[in-house]
Design a protein. Sequence first.
Lengths: 775, 291
Amino acid sequence: MTTLEAVSRTAAGPRIGESAPRPDGVPKVTGSFAFSSDLHNDRMLWGGTLRSPHAAARIRGIDVGPALALAGVHAVLTHEDVPGSPTYGLIHRDQPVLASDVVRYEGEPVVVVAADHPDMVRRALAVIEVDWEPTEPLVDPELAADATPIHPDGNVIRRVHLRHGDQTVADRQDLVSVEGTYEVGMQDQAFLGPESGLAVPDGDGGVDLYVATQWLHEDRDQVAACLGLPDDKVRLTLAGVGGAFGAREDLSLHVHLCLLALRTGRPVKMSYGREESFHGHVHRHPARMHYRHLATTEGDLVRVEARLLLDGGAYASSSSAVISNATCFAVGPYRVPSVEVEGVVVRTDNPPCGAMRGFGAVQTCFAHEAQMDRLAVALGMDPVDLRLRNALEPGDRLPTGQVITGTLPVAEVLRACAGHPSAAVGPDDPMARPGGAGRTADIDDVVRGEAVAVGFKNLMFSEGFDDSSSARCVLHRGVATITCACAEVGQGFVTLVHQIVGEVLGVDEVVLAPVATTSIGSAGSTSASRQTWMSGGAVQMACESVRRELLARVAAANDVSVHDLVLVDGRIFSLPGGGSGDDYLSIDLSLDEVTAEPVEADVVHRHAPTLPLDADGQGDAHVSFSVSAHRAIVDVDPDLGLVKVVELTTAQDVGRVLHPLQVLGQLEGGAAQGLGLAVMEEVQVTDGRIRNASFTDYLIPTALDMPPVEIAALIEQPEPGAPFGAKGIGEPPAISSTAAVAGALRDATGLDLPRVPVRPDDICLASGSALDEAD
Amino acid sequence: MVTVTIATSIDDACAALDSDPGALVMAGGTDLMVEVNRGTRLVGNVVAVDRVPELRGWSLEGDRSDVLRLGAGTTCADLAEPSLAKLVPALAQAARTVGSPQIRNAATLGGNLATASPAGDTLPVLAALDAEVELRSSAGTRRLPLDEFVVGVKVNALVPGELITAIRVPVLNGPQEFLKVGTRNAMVIAVTSLALVVDRPGRTVRVALGSVAPVPVRAIEAEVLAAERCDFDGMSVPPDEVVERFAILTADAARPIDDHRGSAAYRRHAVSVLARRAIRRAFSGVPSVAA
Ligand SMILES: Cc1cc2nc3c(=O)[nH]c(=O)nc-3n(C[C@H](O)[C@H](O)[C@H](O)COP(=O)(O)OP(=O)(O)OC[C@H]3O[C@@H](n4cnc5c(N)ncnc54)[C@H](O)[C@@H]3O)c2cc1C
């Protein structure tokens, strides 16, 4: 028996690859977890926001007098009370903290109030008099570019014109061509925990803000700028996050709370209701997309042309990055020698749009996969074979000219997914038919369809962004304390930290320090499928650094070489024949003993640098990519246009499985969100007004809508440069699922269905449908 | 100061309402609390009636025990129980479509009726059954037919101080169907719904529609056609042309609007599909005799 075998795996603690229990799991399920809406301070006031009832209007005057006169009202603040930058924003600071002369979307904040009780807040908001002059809202994104600018920064937020390869092939006559126009509606992240926070003034001009967010340090920078305070006067601590999905990347109530707290000298809490939440955060960009695919008769893609128009709504948020993603990944994970994509994101008076799971790739995946299915029909080819024939591989070039240097198992996920046996049964159970509990369909009313789709996107931030995460590991008396500002939004970083520490140091007693801007530098955003790689990598680096120092310490104390020492499961041993020449295991120390004096490491983890896109949209702009495929089997009641997704099967490129259960959770949750976009989830906006700002009418899938997710394969090809070889896995499930469900609906109905979510009318009242009837 | 009276008898509740006619009656609270939280209903004094046993049960009345008296506090979960479901299958089917299990445990028939929403799922069934509403106040008891109780979008005939105590429906001999269209497979507000009941001895078919007019509507012309052309003895499926005509006449009774839940065109179309399916199911040759 070797030394290592003798001493290995005695520990019980979680390791990489195991489904370790979530520290926050039981509290969340049993209701004891404190979400941001549970924040409380005995002296606190309640805050509230007066929002614009108009999609576009001039403000002639604001009279806050009647509100201020009410007993129990402590502050009523307008744009005049914003001491620092009047505007904020993730990439462009173009959004007013409080509107001054104009409002550009329904729900734009105008006045904030602090009072003793939420009812007093409501009363105060009701008596504030705003002299509105409503103006014609700009709501059609097609008209935005040429319309009178509705903002000093203009109506085109960004235009990316990507040209790749020989452009003259566009005129070749010997190619098969398919063309189509596609649309995606506005999806909401629909997190369960509405925006909430608590700001506590420190009595010395500074403020502490407890808030649910995805990125503390970026929030801190923006809040401090608006408050006109130095960064160290504004301290953010993460409060319990009830879901995010991109909707917490932008500021919402942050500055408002701090303004009220600093003005009143009292802690102030704000908690949005559901309706306010729909107005209080950004949504997924609605898209209109026109595509033309050209292929040889054998099925080789020769050229793809696409025009993408995203509606950014009133303010920029992360629109410029979303359009870049949409453009870069517009053709899907296929080898295409000649590409032209024009991506434009415009400003309108519609609700602002920004980050949401999939970030631009969801919209284009829906379109490119519809095109691939059409092309397969035009070529008389099997749609999966067509995809396999053109599947990207490592070593291939993206339309941006970037060569794929890491792993990208496109063909593997496609084959696994398409070849997986289906467990779907027939629609015998009435509840399991389209219409579900409504008892609408008899068995003969149901037709079945099936389709496969594949999609991919980048992991982490792109285009030269200096992306980093900081972590600290302190090992003291055998207990590891990890400090990292990574926002836990449900993804399971809190679990992963235990696994990483266990894996690298063999330490099972792990303390996660409070997540705050004061404790450490930025961890970057919990978005872009980046935290496992970036902050997980930072924690790994910090632990490895501690490990090296520990071994050096023991080596020096015992006068042996570090090469003769091993750290296994929380103990340090000497190897046989090493150093002292004594018997093996002459050194056997617990970390407890060795770390009576703490060992500490502070690290900043960066991924390989990226470059901006040039004028032709070319450049090594991305770090890494991940691909997933879905197969959807659907039942449709064509006469009523109702749908039941019977089965979703997926295969995903994960690099390496770090936590099987959390992988499953991401794959199921992402697929549910993608299914939602395919068949029901849409923020309905008419004349700039949201018509369904509630969970009564913004429908998300229930257990009767969401089928079991079959995992055909998790492709584990370790990604170079990634901690443990693991790729981010959060976004891909939301990308190809929508496209697969839409494809299956087309297969079942024979209709084009160029828009998601597919509404019942789109199926049963489709013009040219054989099902039209005179009624 | 808001006071909450937890009534334990109908008299209790009536007395509390008598002394404070503006008080809100609260049963399961699944409509009321939504309105309160949304700010569309101001919180005043409350008379809670969910702990009144008399409001909860059901009984059979009449010489031939063919009238079912349902306490206003009967929950949607109660309605779906087999013992009740076999007496009024369509009501059970409708109750089963309401919300989620949690909602159905709290939501009451009286609350659904008093809310008088065009999308209230029990309403078309009650309309098809010609239900009668029993109302009580300290002034006494009165009874109203359903169409005189539900008089507009979320408007009912309750006067201040009055309580719904019961709903009476006939126990019919014949199949019943309730079908509801929503854009989600459960827990969804009806885009349109249809209730169809057959009275074999009376040789009638009664059909009512939800979510296509301010109040539940009966498709009278369709009912006349069905009475004339359906086979109440053999219960065989009517000929295609009768089914088609029935569907068209039913859809003609709808007065739908466009809203964010569905277009008027879709609703009208859906009604015709539901009518076709409901009558075919009811006359599928398998007589399902109630009680
Ligand atoms: C998530 C959710 C899903 C839902 N889904 C559906 C659905 O699918 N279909 C549907 O039809 N409804 C649905 N509803 C609405 C609601 O559940 C039903 O209308 C329910 O039947 C209301 O009953 P309740 O006992 O909760 O009424 P309450 O909320 O207690 O009361 C509602 C109204 O009725 C009055 N009231 C109650 N009882 C009496 C009485 N005995 N006498 C006089 N007035 C009375 C109250 O004063 C109030 O005005 C849903 C609600 C929620 C929150």
